[in-house]
Design a protein around this ligand. Structure first.
Ligand SMILES: [Zn+2]
Length: 314
């Protein structure tokens, strides 16, 4: 069984325009890094927005079928406060409560193939009830938080969320590491999540992207606190630069915390622009043939068994 623990769906009005523009700028910088010829970011944004649009989840299911992925975990993105959404006036994005409801409906429509997490900025009014509704009424199986919009995970404003997640018996996933503008990486350093793991030792916490640039920090912290897990979406970029960079991180992760707290993810549709799901799954299936020693059993756990247990899937 293969479970992709980290997927978004894209549609107009679901993420701030400034975020999409920043993706265009980051892509342009990447595409022009060798030649110094940078493609027009605005054009890239428009082109990729068109490719990524999937308001029903149907494109995602096709992609999962192609890659052999059984289940994907989807969540919306609540970036508006990080993008300075005007406190009064017309918000640029449709309300996050509605987005969470829509994601619940999409997951329900696709039966066992899609699972959803609630995502809400904890600084919003009524955020706790969005979490509670999402889990008790809409079938969400977890909470995703994005500190890069401007809060630290150990800020007391977040504590009621951790208490609620414990009460509802669902895990909390944090974005860790870098992100394009207007979001800020400093809030997403794993050490701030360590404080949450210390104060809420029964809370199951997933550090998405293994902390990116702070991967050693993330794994060292997880080595001392068993309620911390990692998910390695976003590492397609390192794999494309040098597969051994990714395999070395993965081997280290398995050596430090074992396979049951290390999980597969893509961060699609954004990372699909760099590497297809099919190729990313193949990179894991090929890991036992790499310069590092991985067993097939380890890969089976990392690709699905660990997430299946965490999410209590049949
Ligand atoms: Zn993501």
């Amino acid at each position: 069984m293969i479970i992709d623990l980290h997927v978004h769906l894209y549609n107009e009005g679901w993420v701030p325009g400034s975020w999409m523009n920043a993706i265009g700028r980051a892509l342009s910088a990447y595409m022009g890094k060798d030649t110094g010829d940078f493609p027009d970011p605005g054009q890239l944004t428009a082109e990729y927005a068109d490719q990524m649009r999937d308001e029903t989840g149907d494109k995602l299911i096709d992609d999962m079928d192609e890659a052999g992925v059984d289940v994907s975990v989807i969540f919306p993105l609540d970036y508006a406060l990080g993008a300075d959404e005007p406190p009064s006036g017309t918000p640029e994005c449709i309300p996050i409560a509605d987005q969470n409801r829509i994601f619940g409906e999409i997951a329900e429509k696709h039966g066992e193939r899609l699972v959803h997490f609630v995502m809400v900025d904890p600084r919003r009014k009524g955020a706790i009830s969005i979490l509670e509704q999402g889990v008790t009424k809409q079938g969400a199986r977890g909470l995703k938080l994005h500190p890069t919009t401007g809060f630290y995970p150990d800020d007391p404003v977040c504590h009621p969320f951790y208490e609620k997640a414990l009460e509802l018996n669902v895990p909390v996933m944090f974005h860790t590491g870098t992100q394009p503008a207007p979001l800020k990486a400093k809030y997403a350093q794993p050490v701030f999540i360590d404080s949450v793991a210390a104060d809420f030792p029964d809370l199951k916490i997933i550090m998405a992207h293994v902390g990116h640039c702070w991967w050693e920090e993330a794994l060292t912290l997880a080595g001392t606190k068993p309620n911390l897990s990692v998910e390695f979406s976003g590492w397609q970029r390192e794999f494309l630069i040098d597969p051994n960079r990714f395999y070395a991180m993965l081997r280290h992760a398995l050596d430090v915390i074992g396979p049951w707290r290390v999980m597969y993810g893509t961060d699609n549709p954004y990372l699909k622009l760099a590497m297809s799901s099919k190729e990313w799954v193949a990179a894991l299936r090929d890991a036992p043939n790499s310069d590092f020693s991985f067993s097939k059993e380890e890969m089976d756990i990392v690709l699905g068994a660990a997430a299946r247990r965490l999410l209590k899937l049949p």
